[in-house]
Design a protein. Sequence first.
Length: 212
Amino acid sequence: MVFVHPRPRGEGFNMAKTSDDRIAVLVPEERIQQKVAELARQISADFAGTDGLLVIGILKGSWVFLADLVRRMTVPVIIDFMTVSSYGKSTKTSGVVKTVLDLRQPLQDKDVLVVEDILDSGLTLKYLLKNMRLRGPKSLKVCVLMDKPARRRTDITPDYVGFEVPDRFVVGYGADYAERYRNLPYIGYVEETETEPRTAQTPGARGDEEQA
Ligand code: IMP
Ligand code: MG
């Protein structure tokens, strides 16, 4: 396991300046980029005949992944975003999801690909897919960068998966820990310290309403 201190050093990354957290690298940048290229190839092949694939990013977690993914696709794409938040003081997704920012594109008769950073319990995606199906898409597929199957509470199976990850709270490449670390180019997890113990599923200062 490689340990990287996310504080800027010399010419290094300018990130997480206020943090003393140590991030253990789970998936290095090169492997992410390889996998993204592979997923883009697969998706482009599967949608070869499409007259336009509507790629929907779920904000905020998906934006880094989506930006890399669509730039490697070879089919015509239209991009849209949806912001949802889940309610509850608990650090786990409550399943009660609110639409904060809705789509601007109609889904009627479109090939739709929903892009998410991580599939955890699946409650957020369950809500989203139910909502989207009502809008009459021609096809509706799901692509997640990370899948945490150990925590699934729904029967959702993603169509495209980047990495299966263990039951730990992961950050980076779009995924946050109390809004930090989204800009890390790799996927990792916050190392527990003796002064600030955390459980794997305790993402620190999460509020009543958590953006996906
Ligand atoms: P679900 O509804 O439990 O599947 O949770 C989905 C959302 O919770 C994801 O889109 C993430 O925003 C967030 N989430 C779940 N697990 C993690 C994690 O390990 N790191 C960062 N965000 C997570
Ligand atoms: Mg998310």
